[in-house]
Design a protein around this ligand. Structure first.
Ligand SMILES: Cc1cc2nc3c(=O)[nH]c(=O)nc-3n(C[C@H](O)[C@H](O)[C@H](O)COP(=O)(O)OP(=O)(O)OC[C@H]3O[C@@H](n4cnc5c(N)ncnc54)[C@H](O)[C@@H]3O)c2cc1C
Length: 434
């Protein structure tokens, strides 16, 4: 049977597997196989809420096996290590338990069509000490690690203060990168600190004893947004007590500080690196053309130019939008549109001509904590941009996730889940306390 293998079950890959499973897999027209190194899916744009303790990942993850059973595709758990394009096989490493025991052996899978949807990883731009000392937000595991370290630092500083110590009583968090990830995390953290104080998890003064700073190389935060919105976001963050250091380039990261090129030392108990992404290392094993940040180059059909049986979507791909003359950004919106496009193209009979992929930019929204967001909406009128902020933008931002849930489970289940999460938020603390 014709076999379509999708490598990576993130924002793009899981939506694609679900659609193709429904259209081809269920009725036996093709075998759809999704491979992911994790047994569960979590929507990446929400990782900052896991890092701040606002969201319990267990309540929002999707078990790939359950999704596969419901939507007519097959799920294979394991890390894709390499692809042999001559023999059309994908090599998958063994799947191990947390204590290192091998649960599933190394395997290889044959494909007729392969869709690469590996996402991206943090790019440290070879800054000295960054990879060794900075934390990242590439996975649920890393977000949870950040949350636990943040909590431990607050509790430790609080106990030293109670013991009358003069040093180690302030918590310094430095976020490198003033894009959406850095801004969203900084805003959430300032709310988390206050909530933790309310529950006496620490006795620090949220306004003075926990210092969150953003270090950004450019003149403005959120460079992809209208400058008015960038300034508005910076003002809002400052009102929450976040220190915003723009036009500041990081030269080195130490275990306890970030040093900038002006020689200023930013004390850091935790450094979080959110300054850019690159394709994962596995992209280099494919022998396919890549750009300088290891993203696989694709044409207007999202196929790799050297091998029309291999496609790439989402953050691991490099597609130049002919209208803008620039690469589409690494965003969930792009991964979603590319998944929907391929779901239609791959469901057609072989040999049927398909239109080119066309990216439509609907704008961008950035959360500023539980009560605000900023963003711009495009597409209402050609060439016009509508700037939004405050609660309206926050509601629109929340709808982005609902749209993803709806793509996976349909409207009724999305609505039911939303009600369950809302009820849960009424009976439990608004952040994780332990
Ligand atoms: C904190 C944060 C906030 C964000 N906010 C927004 C936002 O507000 N709006 C927006 O549009 N975008 C946002 N993004 C970006 C968005 O998350 C990504 O653009 C989107 O998730 C890309 O989708 P993808 O399918 O390409 O990859 P991902 O969603 O990253 O999925 C990749 C999948 O591949 C799997 N994988 C990777 N390597 C392998 C391997 N070798 N073998 C097997 N499986 C593998 C991973 O486990 C993962 O499941 C944000 C990102 C972050 C980190």
């Amino acid at each position: 049977m014709h076999t379509i293998v999708i490598a990576g079950g993130g924002a793009g890959g899981l939506e694609l597997a679900t659609r193709l499973g429904d259209s081809l897999g269920r009725n036996g027209r093709a075998r759809i196989i999704l491979i992911d190194r994790s047994p569960t899916h979590f929507w990446k744009p929400l990782l900052h809420t896991v890092a701040s303790g606002k969201r319990d990942p267990l309540m929002h993850e999707v078990a790939y096996s359950a999704q596969a059973a419901e939507h007519g595709f097959q799920f294979v758990c394991g890390e894709v290590l390499s692809v042999d394009r001559t023999r059309r096989t994908v090599s998958i490493g063994p799947f191990r338990s947390d204590d290192g025991q091998e649960i599933l052996p190394a395997r290889s899978l044959r494909y007729d069509k392969l869709v690469l949807a590996f996402g991206a990883v943090t790019n440290f731009f070879n800054i000295s000490g960054a990879a060794e000392h900075a934390m990242t937000l590439d996975s649920v595991w890393q977000a949870e690690l950040f949350r636990k370290r943040f909590l431990a630092n607050c509790m430790h500083a609080s106990s030293r203060r109670l013991a009358g110590a003069s040093e180690g009583t302030i918590v310094n968090i430095v976020i490198v990168g003033g894009g959406a990830t850095g801004v969203e995390l900084a805003a959430e953290l300032s709310h988390t600190v206050r909530t933790l104080a309310k529950y006496n998890v620490h006795t620090l003064d949220p306004d003075h004893d926990v210092r969150v700073s953003i270090v950004e190389r450019g003149e403005l935060l959120l460079p992809h947004l209208n400058p008015r919105l960038s300034r508005r976001a910076a003002r809002y963050l400052r009102s929450l007590g976040v220190e915003v250091c723009t036009s500041t380039t990081v030269a080195r990261v130490d275990a306890d500080a970030v040093l900038d090129t002006n020689g200023t030392r930013h004390a850091a108990d935790i450094t979080l690196w959110a300054a850019g992404v690159e394709g994962p290392a596995v992209c280099t094993t494919l022998g396919l053309p890549m750009n300088r940040i290891r993203q696989i180059i694709v044409n207007a059909a999202l196929q790799t130019p050297d091998d029309d049986s291999v496609y790439a979507i989402g953050d691991c791909s490099n597609y130049i939008c002919p209208v803008k003359g620039a690469a589409v950004p690494p965003r969930a919106q792009v991964a979603h549109q590319q998944a929907m496009y391929l779901a239609e193209v791959l469901a057609k009979q072989p040999g049927t001509r398909s239109p080119d992929f066309q990216y439509r930019d609907y704008g961008s929204l950035v959360s500023l904590g539980p009560f605000a967001a900023v963003g711009s909406l495009l597409g209402a009128a050609p060439g016009r941009e509508m700037l939004v902020g405050g609660v309206t933008a926050r509601v629109l931002y929340a709808l982005m996730y609902q749209k993803h849930v709806m793509a996976l489970h349909g409207f009724i289940r999305m609505a039911a889940q939303t009600v369950v999460h809302w009820l849960r938020s009424k009976v439990s603390p608004s952040v994780k306390l332990h």
